[in-house]
Each structure stands twice: as C-alpha cells, then as structure tokens.
Design a protein around this ligand. Structure first.
Ligand SMILES: NS(=O)(=O)c1ccc(NCc2ccco2)cc1
Ligand SMILES: [Zn+2]
Length: 234
C-alpha cells in the first residue's frame, strides 16, 4: 500500500519530506520535535548544569561498521564501556550506540540545528541510550529520557580532521544507500568533541522518522573544523 511505500521512502523532497512525515510517523507532529533553531538570546544559562559537569568516557574501537543511510553515513559503535553522565542527564548513565552525520549538497548548509538562523556545513550526532533505566536502545527510544544525543557542528576550514578522515575515506566503498563496510582504523569518539565544552541543551526528538520524542539534546556551541571535501557529497 501507499503507507508501506511511504514508510520505506521518507526523505526530504516535497512529497516525502518533514511536512508529510506526521502522516506515517505520528510523533513527527508532536510538541517537542527536533531539530530547532537555537536562539542564543533566549537560551538561559542554568546554574545547576554548571554544578553537575557533563562527563564522558569512550573506548577506542577498530573494525567499526559504517553504513550509507541514504542521507549520510552512520557508524554502529555500541560501547558497553562508554559513559555519558551529569549535566542535564540527572543521575542516569548513557551509553554510546552509534554516531552519524547530516550534511548538505554544499557546505553552505547541512546541519540540522541552526544557531540564530545560521546553518553549519554539517552536524555530527553521537547517539547514547539510558542504561540505568532501560534494557535496550529500542526500549529506551520509547521514553522521554531514553536517549541523549551530542551534536557537534562542522565548520569548513583549511585543516582536515584526521578522525573524520578515517571515516569519509571509506565512503567510496559504500556509494549506495544500504551498503556498508568496516573502518579498519581505530576510532576514538572523544576526538570528535570540540575543545570548548559549552553547550545548549533541550528536550527534543529524533530528527528523522520515527521522530520519537525521546532525546535529551546536548549541542556543543563550538564547531569542529573539517575541509570542504570531508563534508560534501561527491
Ligand atoms: N538524527 S538523530 O540523532 O536524532 C537520530 C534519528 C533517528 C534515529 N533512529 C534510531 C531509531 C530509534 C528508534 C527507531 O530508530 C537515531 C538517531
Ligand atoms: Zn542525527
């Protein structure tokens, strides 16, 4: 049926894009949908967040599987030894499940969140789930505090990012949606994070179908620098 075809083919065109996602993914019409435009003038600084520092600890992994999602790349990186906690996350521990990026046709746009109306060239998402309260990623994605996603903006500059290079250097092997390959290099997700650890946080959702309203968003203020080649389709 049309419903099945639609569910398989959500995208970003006028006929299958965000404006019609709610027809098949009811949560897309909800009250806490992501992405949002971050208006820095009304973002309030919350003293308790400073009290309880956000801390993270990741493992380095090799032979991670990278998938062409049709909208960018996704690296499956379940890390039982990883921990994200503190800041807006209360007393719960969140564990890394995967990381992926959103980018555009040109480096003029591509990020999902915008800051005072400004889009960045792209955006990296490190997706974590609440292992204190839930038994699996899929279960956590059904609850308002189930996931925590770290967002890092990509700024285009002259220096390439060595860790991102390890990832995008494999894309020539997975030119088509659904293809995957293994990244031989050792990847340490810590290296994706900017040096300045200031962030904005809000309660939101998955930014793509099924658009579950289950994400505590933590978006770093400082972008990381990548080259044009590292953040555009080619
Ligand atoms: N861009 S994002 O970080 O908000 C994001 C978007 C979609 C998923 N999908 C993973 C999923 C959860 C339940 C069913 O499928 C995961 C993360
Ligand atoms: Zn994402």
């Amino acid at each position: 049926t049309r419903a099945r075809v639609m569910a398989a083919e959500w995208g970003y065109s006028p006929t299958n894009g965000p404006d019609v996602w709610a027809r098949l993914f009811p949560q897309a019409g909800g009250a806490r949908q992501s992405p949002v435009d971050i208006c820095t003038s009304i973002a309030s600084s919350d003293s308790n967040l400073e009290m309880k520092k956000l801390t993270f600890a990741y493992e380095s992994q090799s032979d991670l599987r990278i998938l062409n999602t049709g909208h960018g790349w996704k690296v499956e990186a379940p890390q039982s030894g990883s921990r994200l906690e503190g800041g807006p996350l209360g007393e719960d521990i969140y564990q890394l499940e995967q990381f992926h990026c959103h980018w555009g046709e040109t480096s003029a746009e591509g990020s999902e969140h915008t800051v005072d109306g400004r889009a960045y060239a792209g955006e990296l998402h490190l997706v974590h789930w609440n292992t204190t309260k839930y038994q699996s990623f899929a279960e956590a994605a059904q609850h308002p505090d189930g996931l925590a996603v770290l967002g890092v903006f990509f700024d285009v500059g002259n220096e390439s990012n060595d860790e991102i290079e390890k990832i995008v250097s494999t894309l020539s092997e997975i030119k088509f949606k659904g293809q995957f390959t293994d990244i031989p290099d050792v990847i340490d997700p810590t290296t994706f994070l900017p040096s300045g650890l200031g962030y904005w946080t809000y309660l939101g959702s998955l930014t793509t179908p099924p658009c579950n309203e289950c994400v505590i968003w933590i978006v770093y203020k400082e972008p990381i620098t990548v080259t044009e080649e590292q953040v555009t389709y080619h």
